[in-house]
Ligand binder design. Structure first.
Ligand SMILES: *Cc1c(COP(=O)(O)O)cnc(C)c1O
Length: 361
């Protein structure tokens, strides 16, 4: 069965490591002699609590999460955090700064406007989000309750190559599409969050890493399930957490560890991405959406400039075993999402396909 797998360039949900899927498969009806599937366990049973705490601890070790931060396993989707963040954090000064560098930061910014006074620290919409703003151009308000940005713009294919310096203003970062792809100094952030379905686990889990001292100032009408303090107090178990996804995250974290940890992931990331960018830059037909210096190591966006030719590329690529390469309608063209689980070989073969398409058209 495993040799019939194809190279899946989906932006999310996306590929999981084959060894992780096989291990989950081998344990699916009877987890380590418990006589039941992880899907069937009480979330309060010892056997599941061990999985839960081990997964939290593995993530803490791998990312170097300091002890004054909490790791929450929630179900809101990354999009649920667009609301949870202002609801929990904006009351301190009533103001927040947002860097809008793509679709998801724009949605987060619109949502936050319901709850406070929002300033645009940057907006790259002038050039259809093809670049990352430099530190010197950020308009920072020292009185903001927090500064919000999205580290990797999944749709446009740009990635911040630096962590903004905002002084004492806490940084809040959406890392949905590049978490676990490089080492991160967590102590620079107030909140890091990510929907799991790109680089961590199946869809259904949202990981929130929060400096504990930031919780507890939520607006009075914050929904119970969006209140960080409640989830901290209950260790993400106010209600049933996404048990299966947490177990899968644990397996993915083991796989990351076995493959060189976050340094290893970062090396593989740029090996895959640089190979693809070099092939595209050397081609006659293709141009990349993102400016050099702002390009994402996870989502590579490109086009021919001719919609019919783009469509033919996507179709012929799918026939050759490279699927989900159609770009988002906001950029058009193509997008190759090459998250941690994409084998280097998949990108090598895609590059060969791009070269032969380039020659014959
Ligand atoms: C996919 C994605 C989201 C949306 O995630 P959901 O879990 O579907 O809400 C938000 N931000 C980024 C950067 C993403 O890539």
């Amino acid at each position: 069965m495993s040799n019939s797998r194809i190279y899946n360039f989906s932006a999310g949900p996306s590929m999981l490591p084959l060894s992780v899927l096989e291990r989950a498969g081998s344990e699916i009806t009877n987890f380590q002699g418990s006589g039941m599937s992880v899907m069937e366990m009480s979330h309060r049973s010892k056997v599941f609590l061990d999985i839960f705490h081990q997964t939290q601890e593995k993530l803490r070790q791998l990312m170097g999460v300091p002890q004054d931060y909490r790791i929450l396993f929630l179900q809101t989707g990354a999009s649920g955090q667009f609301s949870a963040i202002p609801l929990n954090l904006i009351s301190r000064t009533g103001k927040a700064d947002y860097a809008v560098t793509g679709n998801f930061s724009s949605l987060a910014c619109q949502e936050a406007r319901k709850y406070g006074q929002i300033s645009l620290a940057a907006d790259t919409g002038d050039r259809n989000h093809c670049y990352i703003p430099r530190q010197s151009t950020l308009k920072l308000d020292r009185d903001a309750s927090y500064f919000y940005y999205c580290a990797n713009n999944t749709i446009f294919g740009t990635e911040w190559d630096y962590v903004p310096d905002t002084g004492a203003v806490p940084l809040v970062c959406d890392m949905s599409s590049n978490i676990l792809s490089m080492p991160v100094d967590v102590s620079k952030f107030g909140i890091i969050y990510a929907g799991a379905q790109k680089n961590m686990a199946p869809a259904g889990l949202t990981v929130v890493i929060i400096k504990e001292s930031l919780a507890g100032d939520e607006l009075p009408y914050t929904p119970l399930m969006m209140n960080y303090q409640t989830m901290i107090d209950k260790d993400s178990m106010y209600n049933t957490p996404p048990c299966w996804c947490i177990y899968m995250l644990g397996l993915v974290l083991d796989w990351v560890e076995e493959n060189g940890g976050l340094e290893g992931m970062e090396q593989l990331k740029w090996r895959r991405a640089n190979m693809l960018y070099e092939t595209l830059d050397a081609s006659r037909l293709f141009t990349c959406h993102a400016d050099k210096g702002s390009r994402s190591g996870m989502n590579v966006t490109f086009r021919t400039g001719d919609e019919a030719l783009d469509a033919r590329f996507v179709q012929e690529a799918a026939q050759a075993g490279f699927v989900n390469l159609k770009g988002h309608r906001k950029t058009g063209g193509m997008r190759a999402s090459i998250y941690n689980a994409m084998p280097v070989e998949g990108v090598e073969k895609l590059c060969e396909f791009i070269q032969s398409f380039d020659k014959s058209n």
